[in-house]
Design a protein around this ligand. Structure first.
Ligand SMILES: Nc1ncnc2c1ncn2[C@@H]1O[C@H](COP(=O)(O)OP(=O)(O)O)[C@@H](O)[C@H]1O
Ligand SMILES: [Mg+2]
Length: 329
């Protein structure tokens, strides 16, 4: 099978609550894949099914080529898992935690020793192998859990909200570790409600909302669906703005802003387009006195697809503002 993870029509009901209403996933081998969605969207439930801890109410899923319902043991042999809540024994050292984990997975002491050094190096914790986890910071615990999940050399590493609750610096360190992992060829399946995390790390993002995947594509492609970037080019006079408007219309959806001197252009690839536009403007005698562009974020994509903001903490007023501004375009 070409996919490291494949799911088709996954459903899950908890009593009367439909947590998943038909989830489809396609995760190419050796890539980083992110399931992005707000709290309650169904991320943990989806991951629970994929790692064989939750039985789906319907649909099918394959991990590393094995059916999660028919061959759960095979699936477990090929995966590593980092759960949303830490699951380490803080009274033990990293080495002791690794040793127990390795023995549970039938590794010999030699194998565990050899691999422990390697995985601890990978996450930058080699100096702390014989420290009790009680002395680790939250970020170190997370990195340790990644190391532990890698001990069995999994084909697919699952991580549920890997940086939730970490300070920005610790979060960046975890991101660096995941970027390192990419080079090792392991497939990474992570869930997150941070769009920055999905944008930075993921080759493919699946946006999940209320138990359904509403889009699945590389982040750049998702953002391109919004029609591109928005460029603002301010000129010195309305006459110049009108000339610039004609020129800009050749590159995308252009209009005049309410101030009468600014051209607003929605077009692909603003960083490359802007110098060209400025040059052409100059050549036709238009002086642009101010220019800037705004690139869409995955939050904008989520907003377009669901009508709501991904940033649950924002809500309300800023949602209204964004919708209002979008309607004016
Ligand atoms: N064990 C459970 N019993 C009942 N409802 C649950 C259970 N686990 C999750 N849910 C519900 O299913 C939905 C999806 O939850 P979850 O998969 O944890 O979402 P996420 O990880 O995206 O925040 C939510 O509405 C949640 O309240
Ligand atoms: Mg969750």
């Amino acid at each position: 099978m070409e996919y490291a993870v494949y799911a088709e029509g996954l459903r899950k009901s908890y009593g009367g609550v439909e947590a998943l209403r038909g989830v489809d996933l396609h995760v190419p081998r050796g890539t980083v894949y992110g399931l992005l969605g707000p709290n309650g969207a169904g991320k943990t439930t989806t991951m629970g099914i994929l790692v064989t801890l939750i039985k789906p109410s319907g649909g099918r899923a394959f991990v590393a080529g094995y059916d999660v319902v028919e061959e759960p043991q095979r699936v477990r042999e090929h995966i590593g898992v980092v759960f949303q809540e830490p699951t380490v024994d803080r009274d033990l050292t990293a080495w002791q935690n690794l040793y127990i984990h390795g023995r549970i997975h039938d590794l010999s002491r030699n194998e565990i020793e050899h691999r422990a050094r390697h995985v601890m190096e990978l996450v930058g914790l080699e100096k702390f192998l014989h420290r009790r986890l009680r002395s680790y910071s939250g970020g170190m615990i997370r990195r340790f859990e990644i190391a532990r999940a890698l001990l069995t050399e999994p084909e697919v590493l699952f991580m549920d909200e890997p940086t939730v609750g970490l300070d920005p610096q610790a979060r960046t360190r975890v991101w660096e570790v995941i970027e390192e992992l990419k080079k090792t060829g392991v497939t990474v399946f992570l869930t997150t409600h941070y769009m920055e995390e999905a944008e930075r790390l993921c080759d493919t993002v699946a946006i999940i909302d209320r138990g359904v995947v509403v889009a699945e594509a590389p982040p750049e492609e998702l953002k391109a669906r919004l029609g591109g970037d928005t460029l603002y080019l301010k000129t010195a006079s309305p006459a110049e703005a009108r000339r610039l408007l004609k020129l800009a219309a050749g590159y995308g959806d252009a209009r005049l802003a309410e101030d009468g001197v600014t051209v607003v252009l929605v077009a692909r690839d603003a960083p490359r387009l802007l110098p060209t536009l400025l040059q052409e403007a100059r050549a036709t005698g238009v002086s642009v006195i101010e220019s800037r562009y705004v690139r869409p974020s995955l939050n904008d994509v989520f907003l377009m697809l669901t009508g709501r903001s991904l940033r649950d903490e924002e809500g309300g007023w800023s949602d209204w503002m964004r919708l209002h501004m979008r309607a004016r375009r």
